[in-house]
Design a protein. Structure first.
Length: 529
């Protein structure tokens, strides 16, 4: 016999085998025991939660010759014929390909013929939301008053697409997402039956990634087993197959973000990409990690809600003490936006790097949460005795004092002066290109008639090996803004722990009142000094 996927091989055949839908199973069994069978049912819920499975069990149970406490016996002729697909009394329809008025007209003709073997003729209509409006209208009368021997079961993942006229004619059952614990226990039983060695950590991770879908969990487990055939399935091997990232990476990443170490964060992201990890999975899993961080911050008794080991939960609690709740909420918001953007975008890496730099640099945003984050960063620095620009605190003994490189404003060449005035437009043009992640760290200065592009230490790592191409892009954009001007440019790198404003006169601040505001990227104007 050819191989059968795990989710098909171990599909429940009795109500007692169904996991996570006790409220529905109990109701249906009571209807069968007390002979209160309805004529139309609507099963709705997310994928892989058991809608079609329960519909098939219910169809067998109401036609069973010897039902046992509302469940099919599995031994009678009716049960066996329905189970092997040879029964004429149970009809499965895929509404995605049978969704027109003609299909409903044919269905109305078919219901006139009674069951051939059992007591009921059951129609299981999957993906019911795909039926067209006109077809639903044609179906109304039959659904409302079918023959006494007909039972309709409609299954859908999008109940909001079902017309209210259909909803009012059906008994509605909402299927819940199956908990990770229930999925993990079910997979454990299946692995024991299959004789496959697997660690609890591996099963728990697959169960969590399944996101409430038993079918998704078993499909992923099937994939992992195939990749490591004949070997024990471990947590690390599951991560390799699913393209996921170990929790240790998330701890290190969070610490680097808190420390404001942009280079460490970019290196971690680079390592994830180089190892071929799936970036959407990485972002989604990190959002989940931050969710656990937020929960552990909110309550010391939230261990069971995180699904983490006792050791990792203790580390998580220690880590959460470093963050304010508003900062964690901001991180989750930024990464949730990133998750929706990168699904269909080709520049996944650039968008990911920009998003993580926003976590470190709240000044890159102007919303309320970012302002709170900036205030928290300043407070943290002040507590450590670090001088913050704009304060009157005494210099820290660990801080190095630098002599500012004074610039004679009158000596600034006119061409450079004009470009500084148009700096917002200049940066806006470059942000839309491949160097968008570098631009927040670039400041203008001049050395004679040469425009110096001073790059903060955090941005230096982002430009490794791309100096010439970056300069060429800058010169090209400058020529677009100021046609006919020929700019000489060079890159100046800031050293670690050195601040631009401590070593250079801020040209942007000097020319602030003359700056061209980038209201429209297609309108590059200049103002006279």
């Amino acid at each position: 016999m050819s191989y059968m996927a795990l989710y098909r091989k171990f599909r429940p055949r009795e109500f007692d085998d169904v996991k996570g839908q006790d409220h529905i199973v109990t109701t249906l069994k009571n209807q069968i025991v007390h002979n209160r069978i309805g004529h139309a049912y609507l099963f709705c819920g997310t994928r892989g939660t058991g809608k079609t499975t329960i519909a098939k069990i219910f169809a067998r149970a109401i036609n069973c010759e010897h039902p046992i406490d509302g469940s099919p016996c599995g031994e009678c002729a009716s049960c066996k014929s329905i189970l092997d697909g040879s029964s004429m009394d149970v009809v499965e329809m895929d509404a995605a390909s049978n969704n027109g008025v003609e299909n409903i007209r044919q269905l109305r003709e078919d219901v006139r013929y009674g069951p051939t073997q059992g007591r009921y003729k059951v129609y299981i209509i999957d993906e019911a939301h795909m039926i067209t409006s006109s077809a639903f209208n044609a179906f109304l009368k039959t659904l409302e008053e079918p023959p006494s021997y007909v039972v309709f079961i409609l299954a859908t993942t999008e109940v909001n697409s079902i017309p209210i006229t259909i909803l009012s004619r059906c008994q509605r059952y909402d299927f819940k997402r199956i908990t990770a614990d229930e999925i993990s226990l079910r997979m454990k039983d299946i692995m024991e039956e299959e004789g496959q060695e697997v660690t609890k950590e591996a099963l728990d991770y697959v169960a969590r990634v399944a996101d409430g879908s038993m079918r998704d969990g078993l499909s992923m487990l099937d994939q992992c087993i195939a990749f490591h055939l004949g070997k024990k399935l471990t947590y690390d091997s599951v991560l390799d197959v699913l393209g996921a990232v170990d929790n240790e990476v998330y701890f290190e990443l969070t610490k680097a973000i808190k420390a404001g170490d942009s280079i460490a964060v970019i290196r971690i992201i680079d390592d994830i990409f180089m190892k071929g990890r799936e970036v959407t999975t990485f972002v989604k899993d990190y959002i989940w990690f931050l969710r656990n961080l937020m929960i552990s911050k909110a309550s010391a008794d939230a261990y069971m809600l995180t699904g983490m080991s006792a050791e990792n939960y203790k580390r998580l609690r220690d880590l959460s003490s470093l963050f304010e709740m508003e900062v964690i909420e901001r991180y989750i918001r930024i990464l949730s936006d990133l998750s929706s953007k990168i699904r269909f975008d080709n520049a996944k890496r650039v968008l990911t790097e920009i998003a993580f730099l926003k976590l470190i640099k709240p000044q890159m945003e102007r919303d309320y949460d970012s302002i709170l984050n900036r205030v928290a960063v300043i407070e943290d620095k002040l507590e450590k005795g670090i001088v913050v620009s704009g304060t009157t605190s005494a210099p820290s003994m660990t801080e190095t004092s630098f002599e500012k490189k004074k610039v004679n404003i009158a000596a600034v060449p006119e061409d450079i002066k004009e470009l500084v005035i148009n700096w917002q437009v200049f940066c806006s043009k470059l942000k839309s290109g491949p160097y968008g992640v570098v631009i927040p760290y670039v400041h203008p200065n001049h050395d004679g008639d040469v425009l110096e592009l001073v790059i903060d230490y955090e941005g230096v790592e982002l430009l490794v090996g791309r100096d010439d191409a970056f300069l060429a892009s800058c010169q090209d954009v400058a020529s677009q803004i100021l046609p006919g001007k020929d700019f000489k440019m060079k890159i100046v790198r800031m050293k670690k722990d050195h601040e631009y404003k401590d070593e250079y006169e801020d040209l942007l601040e000097k020319y602030k009142e003359f700056m061209v505001i980038d209201d429209d990227e297609n309108n590059f104007g200049k103002e006279d000094l």
